[in-house]
Design a binder for this molecule. Structure first.
Ligand SMILES: Nc1nc2c(c(=O)[nH]1)N[C@H]1C(S)=C(S)[C@@H](COP(=O)(O)O)O[C@H]1N2
Ligand SMILES: [Mo]
Length: 154
């Protein structure tokens, strides 16, 4: 019993607890900033895109909050959405592209949190396999930001 308890404790400490946790700084067009975390992101909605990507050859299920939901709620007047990453990568995406193709801020791949070493914990995934135009045009691949850390509505 004691041994079992001890090994459970060890197992708990070995779990990469930080893997599922994420915060994204959200900057609406008008007011201060909002921290998006697992709980408030999930409360806003979840969608899934099943697609291959440039970094995963096979198709996977990418789930998370659609960026268009945030746009509707916090950036209605915004014309561009700037998405920044932990590694200082940054892109500016026209709002109409986000409304048109509804990319998802994926926080799960095949129902599991995405480790930082696998480009997580938050990746902006586009429906590459659903639309030929999205798959063909380089800009959508460039806009597939991984390690997302900040979103600014402009
Ligand atoms: N955080 C972050 N996301 C990024 C990039 C990057 O350097 N950093 N590169 C972008 C580019 S230019 C492309 S084409 C795709 C795929 O890049 P990869 O093949 O290096 O994964 O990710 C995009 N997302
Ligand atoms: Mo790229």
């Amino acid at each position: 019993m004691d041994l079992l308890r001890r090994s459970l404790l060890v197992a708990a400490f070995c779990l990469p607890l930080s893997v599922s946790a994420f915060t994204v700084k959200l900057i609406p067009s008008v007011t201060g900033h909002i921290l998006l975390d697992e709980r408030n992101a999930r409360a806003l909605g979840v969608a899934t895109i099943t697609t291959a990507t440039q970094w995963t050859a096979a198709a996977h299920r990418w789930s998370g909050l659609p960026l268009s939901t945030l746009l509707d709620r916090y950036g209605r007047m915004a014309r561009h959405v700037r998405v920044r990453a932990l590694n200082d990568y940054e892109v500016s995406i026209p709002a109409e592209e986000i409304r048109r193709y509804a990319p998802v801020l994926a926080t799960q791949m095949d129902s599991r949190p995405i480790a930082v070493r696998d480009k997580g914990p938050v990746i902006l995934v586009w429906p590459f396999d659903r639309y030929e135009a999205v798959n063909q045009r380089q800009r959508y691949h460039d806009w597939a930001v991984w390690h997302v850390s900040e979103i600014v509505f402009q």
